[in-house]
Design a protein. Structure first.
Length: 500
């Protein structure tokens, strides 16, 4: 981004049009690059003088300054002096005070000589160090940039458009990659809604005037958002801009700007600490639900809602959408609630900051509401999911035949549940007439009879486990108990079978 001092816009026709570069400006970009590269080892003052000379040659000094601003961020300056400038100044001024001031050149030289004696150096070093730490006296030591004239032009145009968005009040975007767009909006903590238009879905991002007061920090978020917008294959942006009290419309679209490099919008996984904290705690538990970040958009009348999460039941394609609703302005909350009310034919769960007091409104819209204070408790969300779980388990159980006849002689309940795509509870309630249930394993009686002949008291546990493993049995403890044996442990090294 540039500063507003570098902004170049046209207000023709009441619009607000950034004055982008054209191919002819590539030569100017090359000259600015050359000035920086050719002044390595020179002071900032010398570099600035060369840029000023170039400004005088061109018709638009702001373009030169804007290009130079981008390169200055790639440049490294440092203080070069024989002595520490602060020490040199202190010694020189103290010497001048002891001499009752410096009026003439001879007195100046005397003060410098006295300062040099105090510092154990010569007067020339003191004089060279006096103001070496001033910006103008700092030395350009490197210009570490990947820019060539073409990419510098592209970055300038993007930065110019970003600067034009500093004073935006509302931004409306249509994008071929709406999910990436909304993700960036959320990460930047911008307030938004999604509308359906004749041209497609439009993301409307609200500016600061709708909340509290204008702030530069908020304006730069619009600017940062542009990088994500422009990274899409096809896009269109309109913004209402407060141009010193006059509202103007800024329009940008595919091809106006490009994005050199990668999208700089940071990729934190979550929009807030509340979401991140909930995800970490929920995901650490095996609750039968998979938590999905930023699922597909949901139709809500003429608008669209993109929930924070979706909860997928791991035994079917059933999905519950989940929104964590923090504290916003009353107007924004009301708008959110109206969107929720327009959702149809979806399972929707909303965790809301209890200070909002909107639980009844959420329930009235047909959705489940979970209040929270500070953090969203996993137990509260699990309790809200239980009615879905009960119904899904009942449906799963109904889908399982009353009588199961597995082909394998030995099969675990978990494996059979995976085969039918149902929770283990559905298998537990089924009749499996040709097998006996031993712990969490189903075993044909013939296998148990064979094991009864092979296993005997006094046998080492490791030998018995080998026999069981040969029949495909992992749950040694349950099967040995069913055969009438217990394990007499011998320290940590193993055990021996004894009759119960």
């Amino acid at each position: 981004m540039l500063t507003k001092d570098h902004l170049r816009v046209s207000r023709a026709g009441g619009g607000y049009h950034p004055r982008f570069t054209d191919p002819d400006d590539e030569a100017l970009a090359a000259r600015v690059l050359g000035i920086y590269q050719g002044h390595v080892g020179e002071t900032r003052a010398t570099l600035s003088a060369a840029l000023t000379d170039l400004e005088r040659e061109t018709e638009d000094f702001k373009l030169v300054r804007g290009l130079a601003k981008l390169l200055e961020r790639e440049a490294t300056f440092e203080t070069r002096a024989p002595l520490d400038p602060v020490r040199a100044r202190t010694a020189a001024f103290e010497a001048a005070e002891s001499a009752d001031g410096v009026v003439a050149e001879t007195e100046r030289k005397a003060a410098l000589a006295a300062a040099a004696d105090r510092l154990g150096t010569d007067a020339a070093d003191v004089e060279a160090s006096l103001f070496a730490d001033r910006d103008d006296e700092q030395v350009l030591v490197a210009v570490e940039t990947d820019y060539d004239p073409g990419s510098l032009r592209a970055q300038y145009d993007l930065s110019l458009a970003q600067t034009a968005l500093f004073d935006a009040v509302e931004v409306r975007v249509r994008s071929s990659d709406p999910k990436a767009l909304v993700s960036a909006v959320k990460r930047l903590r911008l307030m938004y809604e999604i509308r359906r238009t004749d041209e497609g879905r439009e993301v409307v991002v609200t500016g600061p005037d709708a909340l509290f007061r204008r702030s530069q920090r908020y304006g730069t978020r619009f600017a940062r958002l542009l990088r994500t917008v422009a990274a899409a294959e096809d896009w269109h942006l309109e913004a209402d801009v407060d141009d010193r009290g006059t509202e103007r419309t800024l329009r940008l679209e595919t091809g106006d700007v490009t994005v050199p490099g990668t999208d700089p919008v940071a990729e934190p996984t979550f929009d807030s600490g509340v979401e991140s904290d909930f995800y970490a705690r929920f995901d650490a538990l095996d609750l039968g639900w998979d938590l999905v970040r930023e699922p597909e958009p949901l139709a809500a009348g003429e608008h669209v809602v993109i929930p924070d999460f979706a909860l997928d039941w791991e035994h079917s394609e059933f999905r519950v959408f989940f929104e964590i609703m923090g504290f916003w302005t009353p107007e924004y909350v009301e708008k959110k609630l109206s969107r929720f009310a327009d959702l149809e034919d979806v399972a929707f769960l909303v965790a809301y900051d209890e200070s909002l007091g909107v639980g009844e409104a959420i329930e009235a819209a047909g959705h489940r509401a979970v209040p929270y204070a500070g953090t969203v408790r996993v137990k509260d969300v699990r309790d809200a999911l239980r009615p879905y779980e009960d119904r899904l388990r009942a449906e799963s159980a109904a889908a399982v035949p009353d009588e199961l006849v597995p082909d394998a002689d030995v099969v675990t309940i978990a494996a059979l549940a995976d085969e039918y795509g149902v929770p283990e509870s559905a298998i537990e309630d089924a009749d499996v007439p040709e097998h006996e249930r031993v712990g969490r394993t189903l075993v044909r009686p013939a296998v148990l009879e064979a094991l009864a002949e092979e296993v005997e008291a006094g046998m080492a546990l490791s030998e018995a486990e080998t026999l069981l493993d040969g029949h495909g049995i992992d749950d040694a403890g349950a099967v040995l108990s069913a055969l009438g044996y217990r394990v007499e442990w011998e320290g940590l090294g193993g055990g021996t079978l004894r009759e119960k």
